[in-house]
Design a protein around this ligand. Structure first.
Ligand code: GCO
Length: 457
């Protein structure tokens, strides 16, 4: 087993070790204090969408247990917490009335973090779009971008004075492609035209959000969290390599390009540009404003081959088989070297600011035995991937922090509660929390930081 103290020596003293969660996945209390439904409430209440027809009504009941959960983070010696703010608590209908009680919850939460000396990394959008906005088309409508801009401003005006960092969006790849093209996430749409609209409007909302944040709380470092994919061709054939480049544009380039270069990728545009919504003058400038940091969420690589079907829609790829047989319980190939090559590729292709690994972790559904959860494979996953992060630091990449996904088991979207990613086990019957073996290991590492002269807070 990799000794956490030895591993700690490979990170600079001010490296941030944190844990991450998201509002819909942990809060529950879906009808409390004026919250109105989000698209995830509607989606999970519809049969056939989420495993076992489970929903977020109770989840980890974090809305009522937040103090205990912050104590847990403190007890684990972790110095930062990445959480998301639920738009439907703040502006329940998406536009119009502001719900002060929703703001009060995050106000208390952030004060609770400050009291415990834990840094607060907030995400404004982690997929819980107010359901009322679907009346205008949700993310396929330009009006949603302005609603988001206002929401960002409202949040930052009230909470910005105490945040250590803010991200506009979490994983636009999921809220665009997975939600509007592949139909796996809310709103469950399967349509390229809808997805292309969601794409541009999500990028635009990010840019408008950056504006709003800088107006309301200019001192808070602003970033964007992307689940970039390390794309590996299934073979060395010319066709598969060309397929991998198309896949890169489609899965990464359509987000990194606009945000870090001010343009959509060329092959993507020639294939699908006509079906995109009107890109108005000034949109690309708004989208490509300089960011203070960016976040990378990484779990597994994507292997692709050329789709030989004639007339196959861009990016015209099919899945190629995994190379390693090692998989987590959700079926994702374990491949730590892909994290390294991914970061190298992205810094090579784009002019990127400092990076936080905002999510990394593994699904293992290890159960409690004699009061303990012996999840050695998760511990190994963390040790291996953190070793790669240390290698990247040694090579000079500006890696500033690492957030484990997740603090605790939670609502894993379409998979419901059956897929567990926590460092802490949650008994959903009793809401008891049990720190897993991996959680104790991570705590032994994280509690070494900040080191020496670096002080938290
Ligand atoms: C994500 C997600 C998490 C998931 C995790 C595991 O941003 O993809 O933030 O919500 O639970 O990635 O699938």
């Amino acid at each position: 087993m990799i000794d956490p103290k030895r591993l700690a020596e490979r990170f600079p003293g001010d490296f941030v070790f944190g844990v991450a969660t998201a509002s819909f996945q942990i809060e529950g209390a879906s009808k409390a204090d004026g919250r109105k439904p989000s698209i995830w409430d509607a989606f999970s209440n519809m049969p056939g969408r989420v495993f076992g027809r489970q929903n977020g009504d109770v989840a980890c009941d974090h809305y009522h247990r937040w103090e205990q959960d912050l104590d847990l983070i403190k007890e684990m010696g972790v110095s930062a917490y990445r959480f998301s703010i639920a738009w439907p608590r703040i502006i329940p209908e998406g536009t119009g009335r502001i719900n002060e009680k929703g703001l009060d919850f995050y106000d208390k939460l952030i004060d609770g973090l400050k009291d415990r000396g834990i840094k607060a990394f907030a995400t404004l959008y982690h997929w819980d779009l107010p359901l009322a906005l679907m009346g205008d088309g949700g993310w396929t409508a330009r009006s949603t971008t302005y609603a988001f801009q206002r929401y960002a401003k409202v949040v930052m005006a009230r909470l910005g004075d105490r945040l250590d960092a803010v991200a506009t969006f979490n994983e636009p790849w999921c809220s665009v492609w997975l939600s509007h093209l592949y139909g796996v996430h809310a709103p469950g749409e399967r349509n390229m035209d809808a997805a292309l609209h969601a794409l541009h409007y999500t990028n635009l909302a990010h840019g408008l959000g950056v504006d709003a944040i800088r107006q309301a709380a200019p001192q808070v470092p602003v970033g964007l969290v992307l689940n970039a994919h390390e794309i590996i061709p299934g073979s060395e054939s010319e066709a598969d390599c060309a397929a991998a480049e198309r896949a890169f544009q489609f899965h990464n380039g359509v987000f990194f390009g606009p945000v870090f270069k001010g343009e959509y990728p060329a092959d993507f545009l020639s294939a699908l540009g006509e079906r995109m919504p009107d890109i108005k003058d000034g949109d690309m400038e708004v989208i490509s404003q300089k960011l203070d940091w960016w976040g990378l969420n990484y779990y597994t690589p994507m292997r692709v081959a050329d789709d030989p079907t004639s007339g196959a829609e861009f990016p015209a790829t099919v899945d190629a088989p995994p190379v390693s047989k090692v998989k987590t319980d959700i079926g994702w190939e374990v491949c730590a070297p892909a994290l390294k090559s991914l970061v190298e590729t992205l810094y090579d292709r784009y002019d990127l600011p400092a990076c936080y690994i905002t999510e990394n972790g593994a699904c293992y559904n290890t159960e409690v035995e004699n009061g303990e959860v012996d999840d050695q494979p998760r511990l190994d996953y963390y040790a291996e991937h953190l070793g790669v992060v240390a290698d990247l630091i040694r090579e000079g990449f500006p890696m500033r922090g690492y957030f484990a996904w997740s603090l605790m088991d939670n609502f894993e979207w379409a998979e419901g509660y059956r897929m567990r990613f926590g460092l802490v086990y949650v008994d959903y019957e009793t809401q008891e929390r049990i720190i897993k073996k991996s959680g104790r290991w991570y705590s032994a590492l994280a509690s070494q930081f900040p080191k020496g002269n670096f002080k938290a807070g």
